[in-house]
Design a protein around this ligand. Structure first.
Ligand SMILES: CCCCCc1ccc(-c2ccc(S(=O)(=O)CCO)cc2)cc1/C=C\c1ccccn1
Length: 240
């Protein structure tokens, strides 16, 4: 897949998105506001408008015990799981399987009154990253979703308004080995998750409606998705 038409774009977008996800909220610049908090989860956004449309970048950090970064990315990337955790999903199609770690999706999301229904077409790439800060620590894992084009599915032809997004899920596993040298269990692991997204709603949607949707849906999504991964993995061997 190294010669695939998207390969160079994927390389540059993955590097850019991972660097952004690694930037602590304190160094992200001014204007970031904490808008949701739940246990270990902290969600920040910055109010930004493009052509009068709200395209507020979002950054969430969360720490979840008992799962690994590989497991989180596996369930986020896999199309076979998406209907289980993505509550606003109405229709999902894999348009292209570029490689085992790179897919092209077309998704329609449930209409959110009073805005018109949205769809989104994006490539999704999953990758293991070397742990630069701790050589013998567990690797990082990431999934990057980035809007793209497909000749058979031009935007805004049917009833849906095409949205444009860039999403990065960056996961860092933490292992606290048991004192007595006992075998590792899920009690000794946790995952630090950073979720970044920028969504351009495409056609016009009232900023107040968009901001209300994001404020309600994003915390729900991250809580539901991470609970899903905990539930799916609890009786399975740890996937590092
Ligand atoms: C007027 C409403 C406009 C917004 C509609 C909308 C746009 C985009 C998206 C969306 C959000 C996350 C992704 S992903 O992280 O790549 C995972 C794969 O599905 C892809 C799409 C959703 C939704 C609709 C609701 C909504 C908004 C946040 C969070 C959750 N739901």
């Amino acid at each position: 897949a190294c010669q695939h038409r998207l390969w160079s774009e994927i390389e540059s977008v993955v590097k850019q998105q991972v660097a952004w996800a690694r930037t602590g909220i304190g160094e992200c610049g001014v204007g970031w506001q904490l808008f949701a908090e739940d246990g270990e989860m902290r969600m920040y956004r910055r109010e930004e408008e493009v052509d009068g449309m709200a395209v507020d970048p979002l950054k969430a950090v969360h720490t979840v015990p008992g799962i690994t970064g590989h497991e989180v990315c596996h369930y986020f990337f896999g199309p076979q799981y998406r209907y289980d955790w993505e509550t606003t999903l109405e229709q999902m199609t894999v348009l292209e399987t570029i490689s085992e770690d790179t897919l092209v999706f077309l998704q329609t999301h449930k209409r959110i009154w009073p805005a018109s229904q949205r769809d989104v077409l994006f490539w999704s790439h999953m990758r293991k990253l070397p742990n630069e800060s701790d050589r013998d620590g567990p690797d990082l894992w990431t999934v990057v979703n980035n809007s793209t084009h497909h000749p058979d599915y031009p935007p805004n032809v049917g009833k849906c308004v095409r949205i444009y997004l860039k999403v990065c899920l960056l996961c860092q596993t933490r292992v606290d080995p048991p004192k007595d040298g006992a075998p590792l269990t899920r009690d000794n692991i946790s995952c630090k998750i950073t979720y970044c997204s920028v969504v351009n709603p495409g056609g016009w949607a009232p900023a107040s409606v968009l901001r209300a949707v994001y404020k309600r849906e994003y915390p729900k999504f991250l809580k539901r998705f991470t609970a899903y991964v905990v539930n799916q993995t609890k009786n399975k061997p740890i996937m590092f």
